[in-house]
Design a protein around this ligand. Structure first.
Ligand code: MN
Ligand code: MN
Length: 465
């Protein structure tokens, strides 16, 4: 009798189990192994540009070729379309070309960071500063007193493109935002977190040694400009024209005695970029598949490189024409299926009150399937189709992908959206599948190796289905 009852429960209940309990030893070793590649990727790619360039070089190793709107495409079947080094589309044409739609995976390359204001360099009482303008949703109090790296691209007057990367090598100098000592900060200590540090107080210290001539004003600022000119041929106007990002310098590290987790900057959404890319490259080539790495998600997916742009249409129209495909772009979209691959918030046991523990994803319980997101009554949500959700759930069960349901936080405690909606707008079925993080959007985010590997496996079986 007890056995029968147990079987009945097995069939009726939706279980939420840890990867470490249900995955085989061999699978668990594979997860650890897989994450070594991810750690390298995350460590070397801290800006959207680095992410794109590295992704392209990895794809080229698997036979993908640059196909930037060339007139002749020959018999190439694996294309890379690079959009301004910030977003890219990778397409592999299967046996049926475009006639039966495509499997699409979309992830984003950008992460919250500090950009610069338009005239950022100044000095105050003997210290030179760069004034940032933050990018994306940050908690401002998390950014002072951590080492920052400066990574960017400058186009000099003569058209020469210069890459700046200071702070990533262990012997490099770094940059820092200061904070007040607790002894004399009693008034501010009583302020709510949101107001404790204003955006205008986030100023990056970049120098303190003046040039020799005491008659000159702004001697520390000038000394910084001299350094930039000597090392990068820059002048002050180049701080205006350049793309410069300040990001946390912390290297990626394993977390926990058991090394079961990874801490690193920018896991939103580079964990899905890497797992999506490696799953895309490792999947069989009989099906037509598309990997879309988009920029600007953190500020609304806008602009030429965001998921809302017509870049995807642009690329597909070009290829449909060049391959004489007997299908319109709208028919192609209608027959396609997509995964929006982005991170979500795993339940943080220290802040249970902001989550709904019965509906939240948990660290280590596998890839997170989210049928909808949004806020204030599912605002801006896509609501995946039940038939498509069923398909993904059945596929993951069949292929032994460890997965869990996801829901972002408590209702009306905030909320958020993903880029799923911009694919859904194109009239194709799309669902969110991603990785749950702790301290998402912080300078150092935490993910479980179990979930990273499960996402990889889930994306892989999707491309092969
Ligand atoms: Mn994201
Ligand atoms: Mn984000």
């Amino acid at each position: 009798m007890p056995n029968k009852k147990k079987n009945k429960a097995e069939n009726l209940l939706l279980k939420q189990e840890s990867f470490w309990d249900i995955a085989t030893r061999e699978e668990q070793s594979k997860a650890f192994e897989f994450c070594e590649g991810y750690k390298t990727f995350l460590n070397t790619n801290k800006t959207e540009r680095q992410v794109i360039l590295d992704s392209i070089s990895l794809a080229k190793k698997s036979g993908f070729k640059d196909a930037n709107f060339e007139v002749r495409i020959g018999d190439n079947k694996k294309f890379i379309f690079n959009n301004r080094n910030k977003s890219a589309i990778f397409i592999s044409l299967g046996e049926n070309g475009f006639t039966q739609g495509a499997k699409i995976l979309l992830a984003h390359t950008d992460s919250p960071r500090l950009d610069l204001k338009v005239r950022p360099l100044y000095e105050d009482t003997g210290i030179a500063y760069l004034k940032p303008h933050y990018y994306g949703g940050i908690k401002k109090y998390q950014w002072p007193t951590i080492p920052l790296s400066m990574i960017g691209t400058v186009i000099l007057k003569d058209g020469k493109e210069i890459e700046i990367n200071i702070g990533e090598h262990k012997d490099d100098q770094v940059f820092l935002i200061s904070d007040l000592l607790p002894h004399i900060d009693l008034e501010r200590m009583d302020k709510p977190l949101k107001k404790a540090i204003g955006a205008e107080e986030l100023n990056i210290i970049v120098g303190s040694r003046p040039i020799g001539d005491k008659k000159i004003k702004d001697r520390v600022k000038l000394s910084v400009l001299e350094w930039l000119n000597k090392n990068y041929q820059m002048s002050e106007v180049d701080l205006f024209t350049a793309d410069i990002r300040f990001v946390p310098s912390f290297p990626v590290r394993d977390v926990g005695f058991d090394r079961s987790m990874i801490a690193g900057y920018g896991q939103d959404d580079r964990v899905c970029v890497y797992t999506g890319l490696t799953a895309f490259l490792a999947s069989k080539e009989n099906q037509t598949k598309i990997l879309f790495l988009a920029d600007k998600e953190e500020i609304g997916s806008v602009g030429t490189t965001g998921a809302k742009s017509l870049f995807l249409e642009n690329v597909l129209e070009h290829l449909l024409l060049k391959t004489n495909a007997p299908i319109s772009i709208n028919d192609l979209f209608r027959q396609s299926k997509a995964i929006s691959a982005d991170v979500t918030a795993a339940l943080d046991p220290d802040y249970k009150a902001s989550h709904d523990p019965r509906n939240s994803p948990y660290l280590g319980n596998g890839a997170v399937i989210e049928k909808f997101l949004g806020w204030g009554g599912k605002m801006m949500s896509t609501d995946a189709e039940p038939k498509f959700i069923r398909e993904i759930v059945d596929l993951f069960n069949k292929k032994k992908v460890v997965w869990q349901t996801g829901h972002l936080g408590k209702i009306d405690e905030g909320g958020g959206g993903t880029i799923a909606v911009y694919l859904a707008n194109r009239n194709l079925d799309v669902i969110d599948v991603g990785v749950g993080l702790l301290n998402m959007h912080a300078p150092y985010e935490l993910a479980s190796k179990a979930d990273i590997y499960s996402a990889y496996k889930g994306y892989n079986v999707f491309f092969e289905s």
